[in-house]
Design a binder for this molecule. Structure first.
Ligand code: D0E
Ligand code: MG
Ligand code: ZN
Length: 345
């Protein structure tokens, strides 16, 4: 029996290693599998692997042990919410890594910009309480008071990330010089704050402008001027925001798991609102919801408008991902009909 147990353990580790290797260049890795096989430490495993694969630790002389301690401390500060947890952080990190490899971004970003974008993705929801900014504001929470109702959650995530750097043995930025540290901090703050849905429309506006310039400018090649730090920062903000909103562009079985999870998180907020005699927020009433219809709305009015312009900027590498969105939408639409019948029934 002991030999059998060890063989099974060995096979699980081999399978885990193969899954983690696939995060290098695969869109839609099953991170729920990685979570199950990694003793619920997907973020530490994947982040360590991707930062090493990109040679970030060597470039900035960051000791592997220091990075391990930091990312483990961050992963431990993600709460076990149904949706906003360490698996979601890993998902956004891996999607951001994947899109940074798009050919349109070749030779555009510096190592420091890549480091800042992936760092921001890994920490972007740390200590998320599983409720929305609006709920924190409506309940006069300490966080809303602390951040004056402005991007409350996003401010909290980035502050906690930088505070974690001062935990014993966790300062992954100790080898950066003053200028690098200042630029890194500015980029991480702006990328994490840009994951607030209140900035969503601005993302679309900036991307439309950039695509327009690409269309007008003669050089059909990469339109992104590597000298324009502002443009590059806006692109990194949109890249992580797109990754944050990438669930409907993942293989259907993964998309449906994320949908179940966000709905359960919303429903728990609705339960809280009911118990506090507050008005139940939209989509948060588990007694009265149409999951497929709300996903159709999410895709048509939030996800597709953003990803349509993002894919135009990043063509041709985004097409396979847009195709998944299209097929998922067709499937959801087919379910709306049956879901109606169920309700009518
Ligand atoms: C798989 O389903 C979703 C996956 C992700 C999102 C989503 C929206 C905005 N973000 C970015 C973070 C943010 O700002 N949030 C977090 C969600 O709550 C609102 C503030 N993420 C919403 C999703 O579905 C919702 C429930 C039915 C329709 C919309
Ligand atoms: Mg967030
Ligand atoms: Zn997020």
């Amino acid at each position: 029996v002991e030999r059998l147990r060890l063989t099974r353990k060995l096979n699980m580790n081999i399978f885990l290693a193969q899954l983690i290797e696939s995060t290098n260049d695969t869109w839609g890795v099953d991170l729920f599998e990685v979570d199950a096989l990694s003793n619920h430490r997907p973020l530490t495993h994947v982040a360590l692997h991707l930062f090493k694969q990109r040679n970030i630790l060597k470039q900035f002389q960051i000791r592997e042990l220091t990075f391990f301690k930091f990312i483990s401390a961050i992963e431990a500060k993600y709460r076990n919410n149904p949706y906003h947890n360490n698996i979601h952080a890993t998902d956004v990190l891996q999607a951001s890594h994947h899109m940074l490899n798009f050919s349109v971004f070749k030779n555009v970003f510096t190592e420091l910009e890549v480091f800042a974008a992936l760092f921001a993705a890994a920490v972007h929801d740390v200590d998320h309480p599983g409720v929305t900014n609006q709920y924190l504001i409506n309940t006069n929470s300490d966080l809303a008071i602390l951040y004056n109702d402005e991007s409350v959650l996003e401010n909290h995530h980035v502050t906690l990330a930088f505070q974690t750097l001062s935990t014993e043995g966790c300062d992954v930025l100790s080898t950066l010089n003053r200028k690098q540290h200042q630029m890194f901090r500015k980029m991480v703050i702006s990328v994490v704050l840009a994951t607030d849905m209140s900035k969503h429309i601005q993302h679309i506006g900036h991307l439309k402008t950039m695509v327009e310039i690409r269309r007008l400018s003669s050089s059909a090649s990469s339109i992104i001027d590597p000298e324009n730090a502002e443009d590059k920062l806006q692109i990194l903000q949109s890249l992580v925001h797109c990754s944050d909103l990438s669930n409907p562009l993942k293989p259907l079985n993964l998309y449906l798991q994320w949908t179940d999870r966000i709905m359960e998180e919303f429903f728990r907020q609705g339960d809280l609102e009911k118990s506090l005699n507050l008005e139940v927020s939209p989509l948060c009433d588990r007694e009265n919801s149409n999951i497929c219809k709300s996903q159709m709305g999410f895709i048509d009015y939030v996800v597709h408008p953003l990803w349509e312009i993002w894919s135009r900027l990043t063509q041709p590498d985004c097409q396979p991902i847009m195709d998944i969105l299209e097929s998922n939408r067709v499937w959801i639409a087919s379910q709306v009909l049956t879901e109606d019948d169920k309700h009518d029934g």
